[in-house]
Design a protein around this ligand. Structure first.
Ligand code: ADP
Length: 563
């Protein structure tokens, strides 16, 4: 329809028609039940993309919108007269034939057209294309959603950041604590280092002191490694031997040893190194003057905390003078023993002659003797026997002292020896009217002893007991067995021994109240000899006494196995 040229229209109608034509709002009129296009304006054509729709029902004019529900809406509006208002309704259109369908959005109204008689002849459709608007809004919405998402992400990141921040703070606190600890440790270390350096200084000082001391002592001193290699000698070593460190180091010391003793020294020293034991030996070392002097050598191992030998400490002490003195003393002692043995022999020969001639006189070989002469000869005989006894005792004691007495240890029947001793002193006991009973010991007891020496001890004890007991007194002998030993007790009812003399009487030549004992009654050697003999036979001799009441001498001896 061309509104500008249509002569049938009034001016007003033309204006309306122009308005309709030019309106930015799309408009169309669809008539009848098949919705035939009667009118459509430019905007409508723009919307659908083509113009050949007038006089065509909806299905033919816009086949592409079939099935999108517009026909049903139109049906309803036509039937009910109720307008339909659509907002941002999507519609798929094909603006160019053959091209792809595009989606548009439209705001529109379907309003029924009513005739004067009230019948509804068609539907007026009008509205506007809001595609750009919808798209813009959707874009905004999308952007909004995106920004929201971004915001959310941001928030999440912020939470995460906060967490990280918290963690960093925690780490910082921890680091601070660690730094503090480190500082403390550093301080501690510094203190310890200072302490260690003080200890080192102290050690160095004491080491220097020890070295000075080691060099100052008159003793020769040295240290060796665990394997015996000598590393250090003190100044005195070099001074005495006149050697140099390089010739002495390790095993070089052998050059100052005497060839006679060196093999033994080497053997002992190697044995000590192998066993880790103490080394002690006396051997000669050559001095710078070429003379040998004897040295007492002691070597001790120094062990580490594991018990392994770390070092050996050795000292050589000059004992030449002591050794010479000892040698001299030994020689003197030997000379004394020799002298005593010789002297006793020399004394005994003339004494025997005295005895022999006295016997001849007594027998009347040189004529009958007067009573007075007989008495004088008897005195000569007694003195001779006493002197002989003295000489024998002195000789005995000298031999014991010199260690030249030989012991024949054997199982000895105690009862038998006891009986022999009793028989030997019986005359003496009878003379003093003293009862002696030695039968108390069981006959089967056997002791380990030298029978002769045991007899000597018993005779000495019995005769002392008789000697120091007033006539009419008693001497009892008893035995007590005790774990491998036997105690032989010789008890008397004699004068007893004062407490302060109980030990002294075992010393040679000691006699209690020598003034009271007649000179020919003893030498003061009997107990000294008896004790020496007892000890030499692994026994002992002791005494208990009460002055005025009596004494008990106890001889202890080892028992034979089955006794
Ligand atoms: P000796 O009998 O030759 O004097 P001993 O060495 O045998 O020498 O005795 C030393 C001293 O011990 C005696 O002189 C005596 O004083 C004292 N003594 C020894 N045995 C007894 C005893 N049974 N009772 C009292 N005194 C004794």
């Amino acid at each position: 329809m061309d509104v500008d040229t249509n002569q049938d229209l009034t001016d007003e109608g033309r204006r309306i028609a122009q308005l309709f034509e030019k309106s930015p709002i799309f408009m169309a009129v669809l008539k009848g039940p098949t919705h035939v296009f009667e009118l459509a304006n430019e905007a409508y054509y723009q919307l659908i993309g083509h113009r050949d729709i007038i006089g065509k029902p909806l299905d033919d004019a816009l086949p592409e919108v079939r099935g999108q529900g517009f026909d049903k809406l139109l049906d309803r509006v036509l039937q009910t007269g109720e307008p339909f208002i659509g907002r941002e309704m999507p519609v798929l259109v094909q603006r160019t034939r053959g091209a792809a369908q595009e989606e548009l959005f439209v705001d529109f109204v379907y309003a029924a057209l009513t005739e004067r008689d009230g019948t509804r002849s068609g539907v007026m459709a009008y509205g506007s294309d809001v595609t750009d608007h919808v798209r813009a809004r959707r874009e905004i919405e999308r952007l909004l959603a995106e920004s929201e998402k971004a915001n959310e992400e941001l928030q999440e990141q912020q939470v995460e950041l906060e967490l990280i921040n918290q963690q960093l703070q925690d780490n910082a606190v921890e680091l601070e604590a660690q730094a503090e600890e480190l500082q403390e440790n550093a301080a501690d270390l510094a203190a310890r280092t200072a302490e260690a350096s003080r200890a080192r200084d102290a050690l160095a000082a004491s080491e220097a002191q020890l070295l000075t001391l080691a060099d100052a002592i008159p003793t020769l001193a040295w240290t060796a490694r665990a394997d015996g290699f000598i590393e250090w000698y003190n100044a005195r070593w070099y001074e005495y031997t006149g050697t140099m460190p390089e010739e002495m180091e390790g095993w070089g010391w052998q050059s100052v040893h005497h060839p006679d003793t060196l093999p033994m020294v080497l053997e002992e020293w190697r044995a000590a190194i192998a066993s880790g034991g103490f080394f002690e030996m006396t051997f000669p070392l050559r001095g710078s003057d070429g003379e040998f002097r004897r040295f007492l050598t002691r070597v001790v191992p120094l062990r580490d905390e594991k018990g392994e030998i770390a070092r050996w400490f050795g000292t050589n002490t000059d004992v030449e003078l002591e050794r010479r003195a000892l040698d001299a003393a030994e020689a003197a002692n030997q000379a004394k023993t020799d002298f005593l043995a010789n002297m006793s022999h020399e004394l005994r020969t003339p004494l025997n002659a005295i005895g022999g001639y006295a016997d001849l006189l007594d027998l009347g070989v040189h004529g009958e003797l007067t009573d007075q002469q007989r008495e004088a000869v008897a005195r000569i005989r007694r003195s001779e026997r006493h002197l002989l006894g003295l000489i024998n005792e002195i000789l005995n004691y000298a031999k014991l002292e010199a260690g030249t007495v030989h012991f024949d240890s054997a199982e000895v029947d105690l009862h038998e020896t006891m009986t022999s001793a009793e028989a030997l002193v019986a005359p003496q006991a009878d003379a003093r009217r003293i009862a002696l009973t030695a039968a108390a010991c069981t006959p089967s007891v056997e002791v380990i002893a030298d029978a002769e020496k045991l007899l000597q001890i018993l005779v000495n004890l019995f005769s002392n007991a008789i000697k120091f007991t007033e006539p009419g007194g008693r001497v009892d002998v008893g035995c007590e067995k005790d774990e491998g030993t036997i105690r032989i007790n010789v008890s008397d009812t004699g004068i007893g021994i004062p407490a302060d003399k109980l030990e002294a009487i075992f010393n040679p030549f000691v006699q209690v109240r020598a003034d009271l004992t007649r000179p020919h009654e003893g030498t003061g050697l009997g107990l000294a000899i008896s004790r020496e003999l007892a000890r030499a036979m692994n026994g002992e001799l002791t005494v208990t006494s009460t002055p005025g009441e009596g004494s008990t001498f106890t001889l202890t001896l080892p028992l034979a196995k089955d006794s």
